[in-house]
Design a protein around this ligand. Structure first.
Ligand SMILES: [Zn+2]
Length: 373
């Protein structure tokens, strides 16, 4: 990828470009930050720039043979390590190279795809993804090969916190003293889970959450969403493309309608309808569940704005207006505060792997209590 294709991250781009132009790029870089902000995309842009034959001041040229190959993810001097499920076939360990074709396709289609999407793709919903010692040995072997055509031998480790201890140990020496012209780029959304031996050998670069307009641009660019829908989703995505896409994932279920049905059921204290709606939520992916709760938080706030007669401050559609004008009649500021508190708690429980069915049922009942209290 080129830097210009990456959403936001202006500061990090400038920092990296300046380091590369002054030949001061560390040989091992750890890209940290929340999920869905483009760490992997950023790593590929660094790799492409490092090997570009005619780099510009602020980006790779995008045209030379190295850029062409990097852009398609097929540069022989740029290799990837991906988390996969541990598997053997005919006595041989399957390594992430076996999945590179699919990974490339997914990445080229949407450079902001998530680890959870990758896991679903590998059909490993309940299995642990990891980066094994065999994988790290192979990565090391590749880094020690002579480069084919490029200035740098580059390794990109996606979600480096999933490298297990043996894998890390097998890799420590090369991470500490790599051959000349080697670049090791690791990404992690959970750097606190990384082994200290890895962290201490890398320079850390923190990427930022994306702004609402950057998310809206991304949804249009990579997911083909119309502007207004993209803007609406951007307001509740908390700076992450992965969060934003949680809203698109279950295309059969319109989140907005689901919220409206749910709130009506909560107000009426209709257990059957409560259960009907939340069943659709808790049976979906965790991303969808979080997306639903974030949407609920936004909608509750919008209802308060309607209640306070400042509806012009809410970013809502015509359809929303009808719901909010009605719902705001049963709202009050103290009620809204309690409801928001409960919903935010539910979001934390879900993020912390709470039992989704219980969390949503309990939340429904509490909202019922507040609305009628
Ligand atoms: Zn180039």
């Amino acid at each position: 990828m080129q830097f210009q294709q990456i959403l936001g991250q202006t500061e990090a781009k400038e920092h990296i470009l300046s380091a590369m132009q002054h030949d001061k790029l560390p040989h091992a870089l750890l890209l940290c930050g929340a999920e869905g902000i483009g760490k992997l995309a950023f790593a590929t842009a660094i790799a492409q720039y490092a090997n570009c034959m005619q780099p510009l001041a602020n980006d790779s040229c995008g045209k030379c043979a190295n850029c062409q190959r990097s852009g398609q993810g097929i540069h022989p001097d740029i290799s990837f390590v991906l988390p996969i499920m541990s598997k053997e076939e005919k006595g041989k360990h399957i390594l992430s190279d076996a999945y590179m074709g699919d990974f490339r396709k997914a990445f080229l289609q949407d450079p902001y795809f998530s680890l959870e999407q990758w896991q679903t793709f590998l059909d490993g919903a309940n299995k642990q993804l990891m980066i094994s010692v065999h994988e790290m040995r192979e990565a090391k072997r590749k880094l020690l090969l002579k480069s084919f055509s490029a200035k740098f031998k580059i390794l990109i480790v996606w979600n480096a916190e999933l490298v297990n201890e043996k894998g890390a140990n097998a890799f420590l020496k090369i991470l500490e003293e790599p051959p000349e012209r080697t670049l090791i780029l690791m990404t992690s959304s959970q750097p606190s889970r990384l082994l200290p031996t890895i962290i201490s050998r890398c320079q850390r670069l923190f990427l930022q959450k994306l702004s609402q307009s950057e998310i809206a641009t991304g949804l249009q660019q990579f997911n083909g969403l119309p502007l207004t829908q993209a803007q609406q989703i951007a307001t509740i995505a908390d700076g992450s493309m992965v969060n934003a896409k949680g809203y698109l994932e279950e295309s059969g279920v319109a989140l907005n309608d689901l919220y409206v049905h749910w709130m009506r059921a909560n107000y009426a204290g209709n257990y059957v309808k409560m259960n009907e709606t939340i069943e659709k939520v808790y049976k979906a992916s965790k991303e969808f569940q979080r997306a639903f709760l974030r949407l609920a938080i936004k909608k509750m706030r919008d209802s308060v704005l309607f209640h306070l007669n400042v509806s012009q401050l809410a970013l809502v559609t015509e359809e929303d207006k009808i719901f909010h004008s009605n719902f705001s009649k049963v709202m009050s500021v103290p009620k809204a505060e309690m409801m928001l508190q409960e919903t935010e708690n539910a979001l934390r429980y879900i993020a912390g792997n709470g039992n989704s069915q219980m969390v949503f049922m309990a939340l429904s009942l509490r909202l019922f209590g507040i609305l009628r209290g």
